[in-house]
Design a protein around this ligand. Structure first.
Ligand code: FES
Ligand code: FES
Length: 163
């Protein structure tokens, strides 16, 4: 039996998009193949590595396993849509660069979006909470210490503890 098609409307990085998609399409396929938003990485494609993480209504989801039809009427943010004040890099992107939390960079978009989801919900996370939040985002390179430092730095700046 042929997969059924369905029309969906999804706001992606602030722009409303209309798609006619097969109902078995995953959100990652829509982002990468239809829109060329390749910042969402295809790592394991099984929901295990977190490299495909995007924000759906502000919450991190693994787009490789998320049915695109379930994004109908909702807001998706990918790393391409993340920006800081005045169109500059987002503070998380800056902190990751400054603190050396990026090596090969493959995990970085998913890691940063997971961190954004956490900080939007909890501006003062304990180290343990950061570790738990990023536990589904695998990084082969950094050993996580600099990633956690970068996230803590942004949290402190957000709260005005440091400039
Ligand atoms: S590519 Fe989605 S979790 Fe690995
Ligand atoms: S920087 Fe290489 S996987 Fe994280």
């Amino acid at each position: 039996m042929k997969p059924v098609k369905q029309e969906i409307m999804v706001t992606i990085n602030g722009e409303l998009n209309r798609f006619l998609i097969r109902t078995n399409t995953f959100l990652l396929d829509l982002l990468r193949d239809e829109l060329g938003l390749t910042g969402a990485k295809r790592g394991c494609n099984k929901g295990e590595c977190g490299s495909c993480t995007v924000l759906l209504d502000g919450r991190p989801v693994r787009s490789c396993l998320f049915p695109a039809v379930m994004a109908d009427g909702r807001q998706v943010v990918t790393i391409e849509g993340l920006e800081g004040p005045g169109g500059k890099l987002h503070p998380l992107q800056e902190a990751f660069i400054q603190q050396g939390a990026i090596q090969c960079g493959f995990c970085t978009p998913g890691m940063i979006l997971t961190a954004k989801g956490l900080l939007d919900e909890n501006p003062n996370p304990a180290e343990e909470e950061i570790r738990r939040a990023i536990s589904g985002n695998i990084c082969r390179c950094t050993g996580y210490v600099k990633i956690i430092d970068a996230i803590r730095t942004v949290a402190r700046k957000k709260r005005g503890v440091i400039k």
